[in-house]
Ligand binder design. Sequence first.
Ligand SMILES: C[S@@+](CC[C@H](N)C(=O)[O-])C[C@H]1O[C@@H](n2cnc3c(N)ncnc32)[C@H](O)[C@@H]1O
Length: 295
Amino acid sequence: MKSPKCRRETRLFAAPETIAPAGVIGYGPREFEWYTKMSEQRTTAAGGMETSYGFRQVGQDEKQGLVNEVFHRVANRYDLMNDLMSGGLHRLWKDAMVAWLNPPKRPGWSVLDVAGGTGDIAFRIVEASQGNAHATVLDINGSMLAVGRERAVKRRLDANVDFVEANAEALPFADESFDAYTIAFGIRNVPHIDAALREAFRVLKPGGRFLCLEFSEVGMPILDKVYEAWSFNAIPRIGEIVAGDGEPYAYLVESIRKFPNQENFAAMIRAAGFGRVTYRNYSGGIAALHSGWKL
Ligand SMILES: C[S@@+](CC[C@H](N)C(=O)[O-])C[C@H]1O[C@@H](n2cnc3c(N)ncnc32)[C@H](O)[C@@H]1O
């Protein structure tokens, strides 16, 4: 069911003449042009994500509730939609993340996967460690975690994976608890990214590894145009057809455009205390994988 409230909110920033007819999900040509201009305004290392819900400006206290609503609405179709929206590419990026992490194939090594949702990263890490690693999936959203728990049981990985409902900005763990911290396609949804990064640093053991996979800035103009057209037109429509709800997907693509670019995000990771911060681009920068160490 589409929420009338959300539809109205999505339109708040569109000039009246650019608004698509009622019931039309996605962006008409003029709306698209307008949104393209908006998309040039990425936030920076100086902040901005805490008050941006997609292209809308919201109060700092409002954002998390709106994000939670998105993931409650998409949880059941989340994994299918990931495949459809990325043409399966998210699997390759996640595999690359786990390959770079290279979890040891010995017991006693633990990873905290924050904003871990339905468990994709945690499952891959446990499998790559040949069943030795212990993974804690932390997410603020009980609906996403419920899907993850079910998947863990089906894959017989539940002995290696715990699920914790909590906020990335205030982790319920002691200092120096984990060997690695991973977060995939999650950080841009967290209102106070600086707080989440500080928490990542705090819970890692000395020598611990931080890895963050997130959508980023595309370096090639032609690819960027194609990607933009796909994101703003096709993705909300696929959401409408497959999940019966296009609005959450409009937020997801808008939030990608607001997230700091590779260099700005690297600066934020350094500011949280991490050393040897580097990143790798995937698919021309559609996604980027940032790495840092608690030295
Ligand atoms: C796009 S999903 C990513 C899920 C998974 N990591 C993956 O790659 O498939 C983003 C997740 O971030 C979670 N999230 C949003 N805000 C959060 C917060 N403040 N703390 C923890 N998780 C949060 C959402 O509930 C959602 O499950």
